[in-house]
Design a protein around this ligand. Sequence first.
Ligand SMILES: [Zn+2]
Length: 164
Amino acid sequence: MDILAQTDVRRAFVNSSRSRTAAVTFPQQWPPADAAEVDFLAWADPKAPQRAYLVVAPPVTDETVAVELRLGESAGPRRAAHCDWCHTQDAAAGSRLVVAPRAGSRGRSGNSVGVYVCTDFGCSERARRPLKAHQRSVSGAPDLRVEELAERVGHFVARVLGEA
Ligand SMILES: [Zn+2]
């Protein structure tokens, strides 16, 4: 995805107040080293561990969108922890519930959208790993994991925006 300036990201929040947006703590390294090879950026706020942020940009969405997330408990490594975005259960720390208040008045009245996502938000890298032999299609169907990941993340953002 395109590299975004922090001021642009702050301006792109759709479900957060101006004061909360101003208080967002970015990762020490910005943009992250792998920004060019991912379908979204997401990180937990180093100063507010229950808060996280998701940033998506074209082509996943029409324009740059930033979403404030609330983090639930990790399902933990012992439980099969299927990720709703990359459809793997490979994250070492499992997946955890991530909840986004919806944009606008619906969000203010408590309406939210939740998904289980890899705790480390490493879905983009997982979707690009070489397929294991048993995962390859016998019929030669194309590997659409990256496209499907982008579609699922885009759908999540559309739900936050009330468009889906
Ligand atoms: Zn994932």
